[in-house]
Write a protein that binds this ligand. Structure first.
Ligand code: IMP
Ligand code: MG
Length: 184
């Protein structure tokens, strides 16, 4: 049986327990924020990486929610995204007049997310907020999109696990690890 090759995962940045503990706190904050909402809160996650956060986070909420998914392809410039986005799979739910919370794995440039926020607002969402498990600390912070709820700030390194991949590998690791720089 082939085993995942972990020799390229240099260090564990955030453990499984740390992720779960942080998501629990964020879920309590989100519940409090939306406590007066009469309607369903629509949770939207971006395939494929976002689903790990979505599943664990949404189970910790008590707010009445609907969940939906989008698959987006961001035309990359090398390892960086360009902000030009194509929809591979659209939402099933009509978000007109709904409050929306985007549940993401990681914000790097934030360009994909900026596009998504604009798109959801244009579809008539009453509000669009962002929860992201991770955000990279980068030099050029100007204009970068801010999540309302953030799990962890991390250094500007390539990470894998808990939904995040390198060439489609390592998504299923339960923790977040730093990939060996020499691979990238
Ligand atoms: P952005 O548009 O530059 O913010 O790119 C965001 C998307 O790129 C994330 O949702 C991830 O799918 C992917 N991404 C960004 N940084 C990493 C990383 O360090 N490891 C794995 N995927 C990443
Ligand atoms: Mg993503």
């Amino acid at each position: 049986m082939a085993k995942e090759d972990l020799s390229n995962v240099r260090e564990i940045l955030i453990t499984e327990q740390q992720i779960q503990d942080r998501l629990k706190i964020l879920a309590q904050e989100v519940d409090e924020y939306y406590q007066d909402l009469d309607d369903d809160l629509v949770l939207i996650s971006v395939l494929k990486g976002g689903i790990y956060v979505m599943v664990d986070f949404s189970k910790k909420l008590t707010t009445r929610t609907l969940t939906d998914y989008m698959s987006l392809s961001s035309y990359g410039l090398g390892t960086k995204s360009s902000g030009v986005v194509r929809v591979l799979k659209d939402l099933d739910i009509d978000i007109n007049n709904k409050h929306v919370l985007i549940v993401e794995d990681i914000i790097d440039s934030g360009l994909t997310l900026s596009w998504l926020v604009d798109t959801l607002r244009n579809r008539g969402a009453l509000s669009v907020e962002i929860l992201s498990l991770l955000k990279k600390e980068i030099q050029d912070e100007d204009d970068r999109i801010e999540p309302k709820w953030l799990g962890f700030k991390i250094p500007d390194k390539f990470v894998v696990g808990y939904g995040m991949d390198y060439g489609e590998h390592y998504r299923t690791l339960p923790y977040i690890g730093v990939l060996d720089e020499s691979l990238i």
